[in-house]
Ligand binder design. Structure first.
Ligand code: GLN
Length: 255
């Protein structure tokens, strides 16, 4: 009986190791715990509601819930590393995190440094302006002062379109919104759902322009060449898309 039990335990342990793959064993901080459960380290920037934010010390949001489901399905514990947005890709490449999930848009430049999974969500870059602003769309933004979050696609695209000298970069977009409130800048560009959360949090002060600035797709980033983890993540994303789990999570946060 004892033998059978230990055999079962061995099988369970081997399965969970196989499920999480070798990606985690290469990082010093992610080793097997005493229960045999492997760990996957996700880096994110928890300043991005409803995708990732902190509430009473806990990480919440769409990406956090999707990551936890990924952990459940792969038999891994998910550990979250909360860092600046522009540190996410270097952190994945250094091996300190296994993947980055942060409402991260697939771009050609980023694709040169990391591998992206299949898309799990579509988004747009929205423009926020003070409620009485005369700016109607992005054509009115030349020679205006624009706030963005450092290193995001809002930053990259606005710098290209409106010139470096017109861009103010903030570690968190809420800081940009505060700057707009006191009139230091004229508009902020940020992902649509974040824009909605920010505007709803300060009723009557701001509006989101009707025409979006850019359309984009979010995906999870892994270290270039880590096809083992990439395949597993794509497998889970595919499953969660087809069985409705992904939509159920998104619908909890976005109406
Ligand atoms: N989607 C944007 C990007 O990838 C912003 C993401 C974020 O700030 N978390 O650059």
């Amino acid at each position: 009986m004892k033998k059978i039990l230990s055999l079962i335990l061995t099988v369970v342990m081997v399965c969970s190791l196989v499920a999480c793959g070798n990606s985690t064993t290469s990082t010093s901080s992610s080793s097997s715990s005493s229960t045999g459960t492997e760990k996957l380290i996700m880096c994110t920037n928890a300043e991005f509601p409803p995708y990732e934010y902190k509430e009473g010390g806990d990480f919440k949001g769409i990406d956090v819930e999707i990551a936890n489901k990924i952990g459940e399905k792969l038999g891994c514990e998910i550990e979250i590393l909360d860092i600046a947005f522009d540190s996410l890709i270097p952190t994945v490449n250094s091996g300190k995190a296994d993947f980055a999930m942060a409402g991260m848009t697939i771009t050609e430049d980023r694709k040169e440094n990391v591998d992206f999974t299949d898309t799990y969500q579509n988004a747009v870059q929205a423009i926020i302006v003070p409620i009485n602003s005369e700016i109607v769309d992005s054509n009115d933004m030349y020679d205006k002062k624009i706030g963005v979050q450092l290193g995001t696609t809002g930053d990259i695209y606005c710098t290209d379109d409106f010139g470096d000298e017109n861009i103010s970069r903030y570690p968190k977009i809420v800081d940009g919104v505060q700057a707009m409130k006191i009139g230091s800048i004229d508009a902020c560009v940020v992902d649509d759902q974040v824009a909605k959360a920010v505007v709803a949090g300060d009723e009557g002060s701001f509006k989101i322009l009707e025409s979006p600035y850019a359309e984009e797709e979010y995906a999870i980033a892994v270290k270039k060449g880590n096809s083992e983890l990439l395949d597993k993540l794509n497998g889970v994303i595919k499953e969660m898309k087809s069985n409705g789990e992904l939509k159920a999570i998104v619908d909890k946060y976005i109406q």
